[in-house]
Write a protein that binds this ligand. Structure first.
Ligand code: IPD
Ligand code: CA
Ligand code: CA
Length: 265
């Protein structure tokens, strides 16, 4: 395993265990509302601090971009961290959340870890060296037809700017595919797409820490990731479409008629 991935795994496992141990005290946690329907708990902060400590101890000169504490430092190497992806699930006792850590080198994501502490599933990837689930090589699914495809997504829940377009796409996919799922952790949704559990995934308005690690998992598993109009600007725009190489272009085709200028970013 690449030494930088090794440190990221160590950080993700530590944070994941911390989160897992907190699941039986969710009724006693301090919770703050960041914006409409956007919550953060003391566990998010503690997990983030634990990750930053582990990464800093190994690579003190690297920069950090973390959801709760923001950007710190300047370097060609930037660690992009979502300490707890799926906070709403976590706070409701729903066992679908993850830790997401990616390393970006000169703008390119080179290492990725998504860890699901409930199922003890560790998804990892190094650019050019493949994607793995608990050391087993991952491949995206082989499904060819939309009628057989299971598509993951995330509903708009705080920013409703793209509601009409989203609902239009949703309605199409509901009729054209074998099903849609909204489990509630985008990082894990992308990892599941890499693992071939979903054949495709789309969501609008995500943040870089939701998708940085998951996007590398997918490309290293032989899948495709883009923004909603097929370009590679998704890390910045947060509008993302992913899937196996058959389903990804078909998903883009379904989405195309609903694209506004803002959604083309
Ligand atoms: C959220 C989850 C969710 C997605 C949201 C994200 P958080 O992350 O990834 O699946 O639909 O857009 O904000 O807030 O739980 O880290
Ligand atoms: Ca997130
Ligand atoms: Ca989070």
């Amino acid at each position: 395993m690449h030494p930088m991935l090794n440190i990221a795994v160590k950080a993700a496992l530590r944070a994941g265990n911390l989160i897992h141990r907190s699941t039986d005290k969710i009724d006693h946690l301090t919770i703050t509302r960041k914006s409409h329907a956007d919550f953060v708990s003391e566990v998010d902060f503690a997990a983030e601090q634990s990750i930053i400590q582990t990464l800093r101890a190994a690579y003190p000169e690297h920069a950090i971009l973390a959801e709760e504490s923001g950007a710190n430092g300047t370097s060609d190497f930037v660690w992009i961290i979502d300490p707890l992806d799926g906070t709403t699930n976590f706070l409701h006792g729903i066992p679908q959340f993850s830790v997401s850590i990616a390393l970006q080198h000169k703008g390119i994501i080179t290492q990725a870890v998504v860890y699901d502490p409930t199922k003890n599933e560790l998804f990892t990837a190094t650019r050019g060296a493949g994607a793995f689930l608990n050391n087993k090589r991952l491949r995206v699914s082989k499904r060819l037809h939309m009628a057989d495809a299971l598509i993951g997504t995330g509903f708009p829940y705080s920013n409703f700017d793209h509601m009409e377009a989203y609902l239009g796409i949703f309605k199409e996919l509901m009729q054209q595919t074998s099903g849609l799922r909204r489990p509630g952790s985008a990082a894990l949704d992308l990892a599941w797409t890499a693992a071939g559990r979903y054949d495709g995934f789309f969501e609008t308005g995500l943040k870089i820490w939701d998708i940085a690690a998951g996007s590398l998992l997918i490309t290293e598993a032989g899948g495709m990731v883009s923004n909603l109009s097929g370009t590679d600007t998704f890390l910045n725009s947060g509008h993302i479409c992913a899937g196996n190489p058959n389903i990804h272009p078909m998903l883009l085709q379904v989405i195309e008629p609903y694209l506004t200028d803002a959604l083309k970013a």
